[in-house]
Design a protein. Sequence first.
Length: 149
Amino acid sequence: MQVIGSEKQREADLHWLAFLLTGRRGLSIDMAAEDTSPQDVASLTFSTWMAAWSRRVVISKALTAIRDELAVSARRTNSKRLRRPALSGRDWELERDTTRVDLEQTLLAIDVFPRAALLLSIFERVPVADAAVLLDAEPELVRKALAIA
C-alpha cells in the first residue's frame, strides 16, 4: 500500500509543479497524468531515476505549452529596472504558518518568466545556466528574473 500512496503523492507533486509553471490547472492535470506510470519497486535506483525523469518531462511539457507567454514575459522582465538587492540572504525561509495555498497564491501572482526562473532555480535546483537553456534566455536575464521574483 505504501507504494500506491507514494505513487499518488508523486502524481500530485507533478501536477502541482506543472500548475505552478503554467498557471493552468486543467493543462497541468493532463501533463501529470500522462507522465505518471507505475514504478517497479524491485529497483529503488530505477524508480528514483524514473521519478526524476518524469519531473523533467513535465517541466519540458509545461514550458513548451507556455512558450509564447514566456517570451512575452521575458521581454517585460528584460525591460524592468532593479531598484533593490538581487536576492534575499541564504538564511531566508518561509514563515512556519505559511500554507500550501499561501505559497501557491504568492507564486502565481508572479509574472510567468520570473516565476518559472524561481521554480526551476530554487525549487527544482536547476543551475542558472541550465534554466536559461530551458527558458530560451540568457543566464543574466534568468538572474534578473530571480531578483524580480
